[in-house]
Design a protein around this ligand. Sequence first.
Ligand code: PMP
Length: 378
Amino acid sequence: MFSDEIERLRHDNLFRHIKDRGPICPPARILINNIEYINFSSNDYLGLSNHPSIIEAANKAIEKYGLGAGASRLLSGGTELHATLEKKIAEFKGSDAALIFNSGYTANISAIPVLASEGDIIFSDELNHASIIDGCRLSKAKKVIYRHRDVEHLSELIKKEHGKRKMVITDTVFSMDGDIAPLKEISDICTQHDAILYIDDAHGTGVLGSGRGALTHFGIKPTPQIIQMGTFSKALGSYGAFIAADKNVIQWLINTARGFIYSTALPACVIAASLEALNIVQNDLSLIKNLWQNREMLFKGLMDLGFYTINSETPIIPIVVGDTNTTLKFSELLMHHNIYAPAIRPPTVKVPRIRVSVTAAHTEEDINKLLKGLRFAK
Ligand code: PMP
């Protein structure tokens, strides 16, 4: 079964392998098959996933609350830590209330279908994350796709369409291109057309706007018409996701979002880790400063070497080096230099690229090694 399909994937160089890693390494390193690489593949932007006080917080919570949550949140799976994290993340995002979801994927596929349903219209950026696309597919609303970051196109389309409710959905930082949505213009269009704005701030949280995310970055004040989704699994180094929004929206999600209602709650140790990470991000801005310094250093080096990086504006930097085959070979060559920077291929992206993500945990030497490896592979 499926052997022909698998053979086709192999033939087209699209077959994917899992590369599981070994135990914790020094910062920004990854152990694969007992070989240590400098890791340029992680969304752990602030290097928090190995942070001692976060690990300690998780360990203490296991001792206090046990491991598995044992039930969904609406039964008995939640703890007082869940409620505290929701309160803190709502404050951090400047919104009324928040709700934890088990992952970013679950948040998008569960919330979108109940925020826009039959008779409504969703406007979605063509490069939105797969979880948004799947959330839209699950929704009974009409879907209208606008060209990537093209506010004129969005404006044109939103004027033409008439429905009960309109909702514009965009990633804030696009996960494969590393560019940023023009949120100011998008939010103005939403205000003009009385549309809800749903943002996926997975890669903006902990990275933009002193860590508070894209709204702060653009100086946009949260309103009841703005719904902010984000994750604990990237810059916050933990796991899980949240939606921060108006109280009514949160109540509605608690009562309708299937991935929230019908799934076991996140364990308290994961919640404790997210709480500690949030605490660190709020109190130590030096991590975000380092992240952006590293990003600028790497970006300048790539420009000096003449690499094409699409429109990257963030620590996510796509490096376009050729077709799928060339990109795979490039990534393999980098591995020979002990650098892990995977090739991203169709169908994840249309244009194959090496997706580099630089973090606060990289040193100047790490970045120079990457640049040297890239110069060699070119
Ligand atoms: N949204 C975006 C923009 C993402 O990049 C990702 C993860 N790659 C998700 C949602 C899903 O988040 P999670 O990994 O927590 O499921």
